[in-house]
Write a protein that binds this ligand. Structure first.
Ligand code: SAM
Ligand code: SF4
Length: 417
C-alpha cells in the first residue's frame, strides 16, 4: 500500500525526498497575505467514544473543557495578534469531537475570532444527533452559526449497531430542525459497511432530505489501524458499484455534487471544511496549511493547555513544503471539489498547470478520469471513484501513521512519510 503512495509522491514531486515533519515551530506565522483562507476550531470532547472514530477526542469533563476553551481563546489571540489589521477569511468550521459540548462558550469563541477576522461565507458546526434539540440549536444560532452537519452514519439499526452508535430517530431530528433555521443542514453517512446495499443507502439519503437536510456527505468507511473497530470495509469492486449507484441516484434526484463525498439539495447549501487553499486551525490536533508550510497542533489536551499557558503556540509538527510538494497538496485537496481551475492554479503558483503537470493531465484525460471544459478540469464518475480509492491509501499511509504517533506522543521529534 505504501509502495503505491510513495511511488506516486516521488513521481508527482519529482523527488525522492519524503514529507519531513519536525518539531521546530515558528514563533511567528506569516499569513497576512494569504487569500482564500479558512478557519477551523477543534473541540476534542465527546460524551462517549465510538470505536471506529480516528479523530482527536477524549471523554468530556466540565472542568477540563472549561480550561481547554480558555486556552483556545488564548491561541486565537496569539495568532490573531500577528496581523496588522482585521483579515477577511472565507468560513469558520467547528469540528471535533463534539463541539456542542462547548455550546455555552461558542458565542465567546466567535466574538474573539471576530476581533481579528471577518468571516464572509458563514460558520459551521458538526453535531452529534443527540445535540439536535431546540435549545441547543437556538444557542448555536444566537452565537452566529449558519450551517450544521449532523453525524447520522446510518438511520438503520443494523449499521448503527455495527458502529456501536445509538439510533438517530428521524422524526425527533426533524422536530428540532423545524424550530431553528440554518442555511445548511447537512447529514453525514458512512458507506461501504459490511453487507450494506444500494437500497440501504438510498433509504438513508431519502430519509435525510425528507426530514430536514438540504445537503449530505457520504464518507467511505476507513478502517484506521489504531481504532478498536473490528468492522471491515467492503471490497473494492462492491464499493465501486455502490458509489456509482449512489452518485447516479443523487444526480437523478436533482442533487448537485459539491465534492467527491457531498451532494447538495439546494443552491445555498454548502458544507466543506476541506476545500480551501489555505487554512488556520485552532485547538488540539488542528492543522494549519499556508503557502510554504503545513503544521499540526499537539493531540494532548493537557500538553496543549500547558504550551498556551507558557505563552507558546501549541504546534507539534511542521512540514516545510518544496514547491512541488505544495502543488501536489494543492491539487489533491482542490480535486476533492471534483474540479481544478487552471487559472486558480496559475494565480496561486505563478506558473501554468500544464507546464508543471501537462503529462499527468493528458494521461488522466486519456484514461477518462477528467474532462476539460474551458479553463476547468472536471472529474468524471470514474475519476471520482479512483479519487476515493486513492484517498483510502493516502489516509492509511499518511494520516493513519501520523495520527497513530501523535495520539501517543504530544511532541514527537520528527516524522518522515
Ligand atoms: C467528528 S465526526 C462527527 C460529529 C459527531 N461527533 C458525531 O459523531 O456525530 C465527523 C464524521 O466523520 C465520519 N467518520 C468518522 N470515522 C470515520 C471512519 N472510520 N471512516 C469514515 N468516516 C468516518 C463520520 O461520518 C462522522 O460523522
Ligand atoms: S464519531 Fe463523533 S461522537 Fe463518536 S467518538 Fe468520534 S467525534 Fe466522538
Amino acid at each position: 500500500m505504501s509502495i503505491l503512495t510513495n511511488a506516486t509522491r516521488m513521481w508527482l514531486t519529482r523527488s525522492v525526498t519524503p514529507f519531513v515533519f519536525t518539531d521546530r515551530p515558528d514563533r511567528q506565522l506569516f499569513y497576512e497575505e494569504c487569500e482564500n483562507l479558512g478557519l477551523y476550531v477543534h473541540i476534542p470532547f465527546c460524551r462517549s467514544i465510538c470505536n471506529f472514530c480516528p479523530y482527536c477526542k477524549t471523554v468530556y469533563a466540565e472542568e477540563t473543557c472549561s480550561r481547554y476553551v480558555d486556552a483556545l481563546l488564548q491561541e486565537i489571540h496569539m495568532t490573531g495578534q500577528m496581523l496588522t489589521a482585521r483579515k477577511r477569511v472565507t468560513s469558520l468550521y467547528f469540528g471535533g469531537g463534539t463541539p456542542a459540548l462547548a455550546a455555552d462558550r461558542m458565542k465567546e469563541i466567535i466574538e474573539v475570532i471576530g476581533q481579528y477576522y471577518i468571516i464572509t461565507e458563514g460558520i459551521g458546526v458538526e453535531l452529534h444527533p443527540d445535540n439536535v434539540t431546540p435549545p441547543l440549536l437556538e444557542t448555536l444560532r444566537n452565537a452566529g452559526v449558519t450551517k450544521i452537519s449532523i453525524g447520522i452514519q446510518s438511520f438503520q439499526e443494523k449499521f448503527s449497531s455495527i458502529l456501536g452508535r445509538g439510533i438517530a430517530e428521524p422524526s425527533v431530528l426533524s422536530a428540532g430542525l423545524k424550530t431553528v433555521p440554518f442555511e445548511t443542514i447537512s447529514m453525514d453517512f458512512i458507506f461501504a459497511l459490511p453487507g450494506q446495499t444500494f437500497e440501504d443507502l438510498k433509504n438513508d439519503i431519502d430519509t435525510a432530505f425528507q426530514y430536514g437536510a438540504n445537503h449530505i456527505a457520504i464518507y467511505p468507511f476507513i478502517d484506521f489501524t489504531f481504532t478498536s473497530s473490528t468492522v471491515r470495509p467492503l471490497p473494492k469492486k462492491e464499493k465501486r458499484v455502490l458509489l456509482d449507484r449512489i452518485t447516479a441516484y443523487c444526480l437523478d434526484q436533482g442533487y448537485v455534487r459539491t465534492s467527491v463525498w457531498t451532494f447538495s439539495g439546494e443552491k445555498q447549501a454548502v458544507y466543506s471544511s476541506m476545500t480551501r487553499d489555505n487554512f488556520l486551525g485552532f485547538g488540539c490536533s488542528a492543522a494549519t496549511l499556508l503557502k510554504d508550510q503545513f503544521k499540526i497542533n499537539t493531540f494532548s489536551v493537557e500538553a496543549y493547555i500547558s504550551r498556551i499557558l507558557a505563552g507558546q503556540l501549541p504546534t507539534s509538527l511542521t512540514l516545510r513544503f518544496t514547491l512541488r510538494q505544495r502543488m501536489v497538496y494543492y491539487l489533491f485537496w482542490t480535486a476533492y471539489s471534483t474540479q481544478v481551475d487552471r487559472a486558480d492554479f496559475e494565480k496561486f503558483f505563478g506558473v501554468s498547470l500544464e507546464k508543471m503537470y501537462g503529462l499527468e493531465l493528458a494521461a488522466a484525460r486519456l484514461l477518462g478520469f477528467v474532462t476539460r471544459q474551458g479553463n476547468v478540469y472536471r472529474m468524471t464518475a470514474k475519476g471520482a471513484f479512483y479519487y476515493h480509492y486513492y484517498e483510502n491509501f493516502y489516509t492509511l499511509s499518511y494520516i493513519d501513521i501520523m495520527w497513530g504517533i501523535m495520539r501517543k506522543e504530544a511532541f514527537p521529534k520528527r516524522i518522515e512519510l
